[in-house]
Design a binder for this molecule. Structure first.
Ligand code: PLP
Length: 388
């Protein structure tokens, strides 16, 4: 048997752009090259001690068996409390389903809402996994441009609505641009969704990581928006728990019940001991997220100041990415596209970034300021030399 005997479904999936870069870096490092990795969407902070202790305690007390598909009751109650503390909106355990990272939650969501050929409107640039997840659910991605400053282009979204439209996907704070959508644009988006009876899939994996702009949760803006939104959340970024693979969705009770059936057949429950680690993380969420946000803001300010000397760039308001415009280097003939720029910078500057093409936006590269300030400064020096 060979590759062509596999399903069309699996063969149609594109490999993850960011994971391919990670493999290239590993090979270079194995050859002894010192590469500064600004390609990874993962904070370089350790998982908090309190989370590790709670996880160990849960392991020792035997929380190692099959359990509730939708998530441990303690965790769902803690999430509801956290959501209230952050937004002032009351939800209950029945509105929450816990999955293996928000990646799986996104997969759950598209499987739950899409029939074959249904369209999902996706603003560009988008996070790499989204179109593949839509494809796996039999859906079709309908890409729409964003405005020049990367806020939503509501006219483009309206124009993209067709009789096959089923949902609009948004990601705020945004990967790769760092833009945080404001209440006005979210309300206007909500009006479009209501007029055409569309779902909103709101990916809020970076919700606690905002710097100058307050994060607005679209599902808290009206009852209608709560009902039509499947909100995607993650423990990976805010709580530095990427390897725990813990995410959750917030949605209306009916949706949660249906997805509970689906997840029951897909993977069952998430490991209970990791969920109990997350309960303790939520209990002290401010103590964990405040220092992270403070450090990331410092890095944002430094990297923005340095790298905007080399590239045009909008100041990110959240997450931990700079989306750098490389069009002047394409015009000058230095490189043809973002993939070539990333190759050049890995080879000659020894700094790894991700090409904009991985996010559907040619002419840009993404820098993750998830390394130390010293490394970020060093990366700037090395890149400036190559581009001089
Ligand atoms: C926008 C966005 N959503 C979701 C995720 C997935 O996070 P996880 O599966 O670790 O919860 C990521 C990870 O990089 C992301 O950037």
């Amino acid at each position: 048997m060979n590759k062509s005997d596999l399903s069309n479904k699996i063969l149609a999936i594109a490999p993850s752009g960011s994971i391919s870069i990670a493999q290239a870096i590993t090979e270079l490092r194995e050859k002894g090259e010192k590469i500064i990795g600004l390609n990874v969407g993962e904070p370089d902070f350790k998982t908090p001690e309190v989370v590790l202790n709670a996880t160990k305690k849960a392991l020792d007390s035997g929380r190692t068996k099959y359990s509730l598909v939708s998530g441990e009751r303690e965790l769902r109650d803690a999430i509801a409390k956290y959501f209230f503390a952050r937004t002032g909106t009351v939800i209950g355990a029945q509105n929450i389903l816990v999955g293996n990272g928000s990646k799986q939650i996104i997969y759950n969501a598209f499987q739950a809402i899409l029939n074959d050929g249904d369209e999902v409107i996706i603003p560009v640039p988008y996070w790499v996994t989204i179109p593949e997840s839509v494809k796996l659910a039999g859906g079709v991605s309908k890409f729409v441009p964003s405005q020049k400053d990367f806020h939503l282009d509501l006219d483009a979204i309206k124009a993209a609505v067709s009789k096959n439209s089923k949902a609009i996907y948004i990601n705020t704070p945004n990967n790769p641009t760092g833009i945080v959508y404001n209440e006005k644009e979210l309300l206007a988006l909500g009006e479009i969704a209501k007029e055409h009876n569309l779902w909103i899939i709101a990916d809020e994996a970076y919700e606690s990581l905002t710097y100058d702009r307050k994060f607005v949760a679209i599902n808290t803006l009206s009852e209608d928006l709560f009902e039509r939104t499947i909100c995607i959340q993650s423990f990976s970024k805010t709580f530095c728990m990427t390897g725990f693979r813990l995410g959750y969705m917030i949605a209306n009770e009916v949706v949660i019940k249906e997805i509970d059936k689906f997840q029951g057949h897909l993977c069952g429950n998430v490991a209970p001991f990791t969920q109990l680690g997350a309960v303790d993380a939520l209990a002290i969420h401010e103590q964990i997220s405040f220092p992270l946000v403070e450090e990331m803001k410092k890095r944002r300010d430094i990297t923005f100041e340095l790298f905007s000397k080399l590239f045009d760039c909008h100041k990110p308001e959240g997450a931990f990415y700079l989306f750098l415009d490389i069009s002047k280097y394409i015009k000058s003939g230095l490189v043809k596209n973002s993939a070539e720029m990333v190759e050049l910078l890995i080879r000659d500057a020894k700094v790894a970034l991700v090409p904009g093409s991985a996010f559907g936006q040619e002419g840009f590269i993404r820098l993750a300021y998830t390394a130390s300030i010293d490394e970020l400064k060093q990366a700037y020096e090395q890149i400036a030399k190559v581009l001089a």
